[in-house]
Write a protein that binds this ligand. Structure first.
Ligand SMILES: [Zn+2]
Length: 107
């Protein structure tokens, strides 16, 4: 499938935002088309850098479909993509330890 430029509908897309080279570099054109990347900065409401931490770390190991689903969910919730206590390998007890301590502190 060949993507066609969203602006001129003539050229092949070879720049970000679904634009062709000449449209992307035409002043004012790329501002009309928001970034298509869900991880990119989005102006007002942008959450890169100061997003709240997710409510809980995940036990899913990096690179697994489960982990990817968690990351996607966090991005949707405008939360930080990574939690410091996320599992770093299959069977990592870090997230469980984190939750144990968190519960202990609350109680
Ligand atoms: Zn174009």
């Amino acid at each position: 499938m060949i993507a066609i430029c969203r602006h001129c509908s003539k050229s092949k897309v070879n720049r970000p935002r679904g634009l062709c080279w000449s449209c992307y570099y035409t002043p004012g054109v790329k501002e009309l088309y928001p970034s298509t990347s869900k991880y990119a900065r989005r102006g007002v409401g942008n959450f890169t850098g100061n997003a709240p931490l997710p409510g809980a770390p995940t036990t899913a190991a990096p690179g697994t479909p489960e982990k990817l689903a968690v990351l996607e969910q966090r991005a949707k919730m405008k939360q930080a993509i990574f939690h410091p206590a996320d599992a770093r390998y299959e069977g990592d007890s870090r997230p469980l330890e984190f939750l144990k301590h968190k519960t202990a502190n609350v109680a």
